[in-house]
Design a protein around this ligand. Structure first.
Ligand code: GAP
Length: 515
């Protein structure tokens, strides 16, 4: 099968056409960076959750789950540092009146320098053919070296300005680099200002008695404030983890790239509590484990890379992203942070409650250190969907849209298709559907020719299509078609479940992480 390129636009329109994702409040012309998940989207999303949560809490015997409230006491966000430090540096273009994140403008500029270097290298590779030594060319060609030096210089200056929270220096870099507004084309910029990303709302019915609450910008704080509850009620011994999936909200100014950056999104976070001094070892261990988890999905190891942070968040002493190759380039998919004892210590300070743990092995009391793994569920969804969608040419010359999802994540696992809508075939097909429906996500489809129905199932990623034909009435057998290969075999109706079950369970992929 030959693959044909699909664009980011194709992914967005495919999502809507087949009921994966719709723009939020669409009949009112949508709401910026807010999206709704349709019938197939919610199924895929639930399976991704299961793949994360099941692995965390079943395959790690020292991790338990939790589900905490979105509304939290306002002091939580003072203690966590979000009231003071959860800001984005913003800059406006005076001509277009468009607002941008200064850090994003500079990151894009670094990418541009790197892209120019890569283009030069690609041209040279074509020119020199087999004898081309890429590493040497990068080191010695003056043009390539010039672009690479520009990128590195800018990266260093940008990291220093960001580290020092120096807004004036960020603006100077934008001017120095001659970055223009993509809309007006002008370089007429305002100063860079800090903007807090938390949404606020009121609790209480009367204005005087109402208090300001924030919609949580991360789920992690729900875990920290319950650290003592969980460790006591579940008799957890350090090292142990608490995992949670839930909504988070951020008033993103530059919300773009579909569900990559949303204002309402879901996070899958795990806080792992360890002895002080052991956190960096655990941090490395979790970096490695999380990368293996991603690779177990089979989306291609070359599509992931680590990016170690230069600028650390206010709570971290080490941090890295796992980046994924999205259709618009390598971008952050998951963050892994060594959060020190910052959060628990601050909650102890602000609440007046001791956040200490008594370690029965060392007979010591201490505030644990924390290693966090944090992944955006919607971003994971986009990574999987964009990797899966492809146009293919089959061996018989026909073309199909193929959503090549990992089988165990597919929203519909089996579709049952009567060859025609008469002669008792729909009745038999429906009885098979009922037989399988308790254990699998099954869809019955009798509309259109069977070929068109196969195409529809390929486009939503259904691993198995079962066709009920006249022979089925005689000998109780059906054909079962495998999505990836488009090959069909004939099997007895009684054997369907045992044939498909091992190909649809998650545990085989989970076990590959341990090996
Ligand atoms: N508790 C740590 C934390 O929240 P983060 O790097 O700000 O760290 C973690 O966020 C993950 O959440 C990111 O790697 C990303 O996948 C996801 N995420 C963050 N902001 C998002 C947004 N606006 N839309 C979608 N996903 C987002």
């Amino acid at each position: 099968m030959d693959a044909i390129e699909t664009s980011f636009k194709d992914i967005i329109s495919h999502s809507k056409e087949y009921g994966f994702i719709y723009p939020g409040s669409e009949i009112y012309d949508g709401l910026g960076a807010v999206y709704d998940y349709g019938p197939l989207g919610v199924e895929l999303k639930n399976r991704i959750k299961q793949y994360w949560y099941g692995w965390m809490t079943r395959m790690n015997d020292n991790i338990v789950g939790i589900d905490t409230a979105i509304f939290m006491h306002p002091e939580v966000w003072k203690a966590s540092g979000h009231v003071d430090a959860f800001n984005d540096p913003l800059i406006d273009n005076k001509d277009s009146k468009k607002r941008y994140r200064a850090d994003v403008l500079l990151e894009d500029q670094i990418e541009k320098h790197l892209e120019k270097a890569n283009k030069e290298v690609a041209k040279a590779a074509k020119r020199f053919g087999e004898s081309f030594d890429e590493a040497l060319y990068r080191e010695t060609n003056p043009r390539v070296k010039g672009y690479l030096d520009k990128a590195e210089n800018l990266r260093r200056k940008f990291a220093a300005a960001a580290e020092a929270n120096d807004m004036a220096a960020l603006k100077d870099l934008i001017i120095e680099e001659e970055i223009a507004c993509p809309v007006s084309g002008s370089r007429n910029w305002t100063d860079v200002r800090q903007f807090n990303l938390m949404f606020s709302t009121q609790m209480g019915s009367v204005a005087e008695g109402a208090s300001t609450l924030y919609l949580r910008p991360e789920t992690a704080q729900g875990i920290f404030v319950n650290f003592l509850n969980v460790s006591k009620s579940n008799r957890m011994k350090i090292p142990f983890g608490i995992a949670q999936i839930g909504k988070a909200f951020r008033n993103e100014i530059v919300a773009r790239q579909f569900i990559f950056r949303m204002r309402e999104f879901e996070q899958m976070e795990m806080q792992f509590f360890v002895r002080p001094g052991e956190e960096l070892e655990w941090y490395e261990w979790w970096k490695n484990r999380r990368m293996k988890w991603h690779q177990s999905l089979g989306l291609g190891d070359e599509n992931y890379r680590f990016h170690d942070h230069d600028k650390l968040a206010h709570y971290a002493n080490a941090a890295a992203d796992i980046e994924f190759k999205f259709p618009f380039g390598f971008k952050e998919l998951e963050g892994i942070h060594s959060r020190t004892d910052f959060d628990l210590r601050r909650h102890e300070e602000f609440s007046g409650k001791k956040m200490q743990y008594f370690d029965p092995e060392t007979q010591e009391k201490y505030i644990p250190y924390v290693v966090e793994t944090s992944i955006g569920l919607d971003r994971m969804f986009l990574a999987i969907l964009s990797n899966a969608l492809r146009e293919e040419k089959l061996e018989d010359g026909s073309e199909r849209t193929h959503l090549k999802l990992p089988y165990f994540l597919s929203p519909v696992q089996v579709s049952i298709l009567p060859l025609i809508k008469k002669d008792g075939l729909p009745e038999l097909a429906n009885s098979i559907r009922r037989q399988l429906a308790g254990d699998f996500a099954v869809q019955y489809d009798e509309k259109d020719s069977v070929g068109r129905r196969y195409r529809r199932q390929d486009a939503i990623g259904t691993p198995f299509c079962i066709t009920v034909d006249h022979q089925s009435l005689e000998d109780n057998t059906v054909t079962i078609r495998d999505r990836n290969t488009a090959e069909q075999i004939r099997i007895s109706i009684d054997e369907i479940a045992t044939y498909i079950e091992p190909k649809l369970n998650m545990s085989t992929a989970w076990r590959s992480i341990e090996s």
